[in-house]
Design a protein. Structure first.
Lengths: 114, 113
């Protein structure tokens, strides 16, 4: 079944640790996105990719980095986690025919940095 | 990028029709209007998209006047499970790197029994 997956769903980690949030989609979408959302607040785009080897920063500055080595995989990495990184991270991909307007979201990763 | 304005929150009761209006005065000629629904602790879910006039699917209807400067999402006979945040977005199908969609604050719909 075509879908978009994120792992882990929940992560509690100590300050200074390196973490990678995984995102994979089986829909063959070229465009993928990472959003950050604090509870009850709006979504902020932090990274996006138009395809393999393409990565761009979004409208919200983030200390995280991303890579796009394979079409279906768009991991996000924090080299040294801090409490200010505590948030929900949502991955999305978009249908080429619909453009950015039709984005399919994963279930999200809720990150807590102690 | 067209900015959207929508009410922060709305309350309704089960069985009622809910209409959420979004203003987008600076919408561009090639922009589409898209609505998403988000439940707590989940990612947003695409509901409906339109360009002009009226679009209807199994979940909702979208009304867009001729000037396209606003749009109204209509949810027929809401239930408690429709309690969520609803986002209105505008954007073209071929946005370039400097014109990404912005979700904004959305409208928090609370459906009461």
């Amino acid at each position: 079944e075509a879908d978009i997956y994120q792992t882990p769903r929940y992560l509690v980690i100590g300050t200074g640790k390196k973490i990678t949030l995984e995102c994979s989609q089986t829909m063959g979408h070229d465009k993928m996105y990472w959003y950050q959302q604090d509870p009850g607040m709006e979504l902020h785009l932090i990274h996006y990719s138009y395809g393999v080897n393409s990565t761009e920063k979004g409208d919200l500055s983030s200390e995280s980095t991303v890579s796009r080595i394979r079409t279906e995989h768009f991991p996000l990495t924090l080299e040294s986690a801090r409490p200010s990184h505590t948030s929900q991270y949502l991955c999305a991909s978009s249908d080429p025919s619909g453009g950015e307007s039709e984005q399919f979201f994963g279930p999200g990763t809720r990150l807590t940095v102690l | 990028l067209a900015k959207t304005t929508q009410p922060i929150s709305m309350d309704s009761y089960e069985g009622q029709e809910v209409n959420i209006t979004c203003s987008h005065n600076n919408i561009a000629t090639n922009d589409y209007i898209t609505w998403y629904q988000q439940f707590p602790s989940q990612g947003p879910r695409f509901i409906i998209q339109g360009y002009k006039t009226k679009v209807t699917n199994e979940v909702a209807s979208l009304f867009i006047p001729a000037d396209r400067k606003s749009s109204t999402l209509s949810l027929p006979r809401v239930s408690l499970s429709d309690t969520a945040v609803y986002y209105c977005l505008v954007g073209g199908p071929n946005n370039n790197a400097g014109n990404m969609l912005t979700f904004g604050g959305g409208t928090r719909l609370m459906v009461k029994p």
